[in-house]
Write a protein that binds this ligand. Sequence first.
Ligand SMILES: Cc1cc2nc3c(=O)[nH]c(=O)nc-3n(C[C@H](O)[C@H](O)[C@H](O)COP(=O)(O)O)c2cc1C
Length: 248
Amino acid sequence: MIEQLLAHKTIRKYKNTPVEDALLNRILQAGCRASTTGNMQLYSIIITRDEVRKKTLAPCHFNQPMVMNASLVLTFCADFNRFNKWCKLNNTEPGYDNFLSFVTAAIDALLVAQNVTIAAESEGLGVCYLGTTTYLTAKIIDILKLPKGVVPITTLTIGWPDENPEQVDRLPLDSIIHQETYNDYTDDEIMSAYREKENRDENRKFVAENSKETLAQVFTDIRYKKSDNLLFSNMLLSVLKEQGFMNQ
Ligand SMILES: Cc1cc2nc3c(=O)[nH]c(=O)nc-3n(C[C@H](O)[C@H](O)[C@H](O)COP(=O)(O)O)c2cc1C
């Protein structure tokens, strides 16, 4: 198992071969063994296989080719709708219309998504997360017909790998781990933590191609710009209000 985790790489190109229902079922069974808050299982998973629906979903993910290319698109949703309904049918009033409840359900959904990732990879499948799920969230809600109490949190594209990319870097473990209490970084420690990442050929190329001076600028000025973050953050807050999570 540890060997598998150490070998992880995101796969963005897939063969045309479908993922059989029986295999998908096995992966989902394993995925849904993830721990969840109070065992409430505050998540739902929407499976998209249909080509037409994938086509309508693709622009919500900025037309990243994995959506059309993958055999399966799984949208993981924070879901209090099911649990709230159960409460109401059992003579009690749920008090889960607040931001903490959203975070709780989002944590559940993410734990399941990562379990599904590991299960899929253990069967030789390739997986890519789509962070775009929390950008144009309202459109996804519309397309997948998500009721109040349900918010998409992340998406996985899954298929049989048709590429074998190099593994990408990770920060050195000792720059991430803190013994007992947080040991805030000196400037030197920060520079040394990111040095290897900055010196990698592909990252140097990335900086040059974007006419930037530093890799950090590629993140702040191009990949995850403040103006985009602010826009999508405000859109997500509206979605949370609309879906009933900001009432307190
Ligand atoms: C929450 C999340 C969102 C992501 N969103 C995207 C995405 O929208 N498009 C994409 O190509 N990769 C996406 N990725 C994949 C990351 O780029 C990838 O995990 C990271 O570069 C590390 O590479 P590795 O998974 O191969 O180790 C996402 C990963 C996570 C965990």
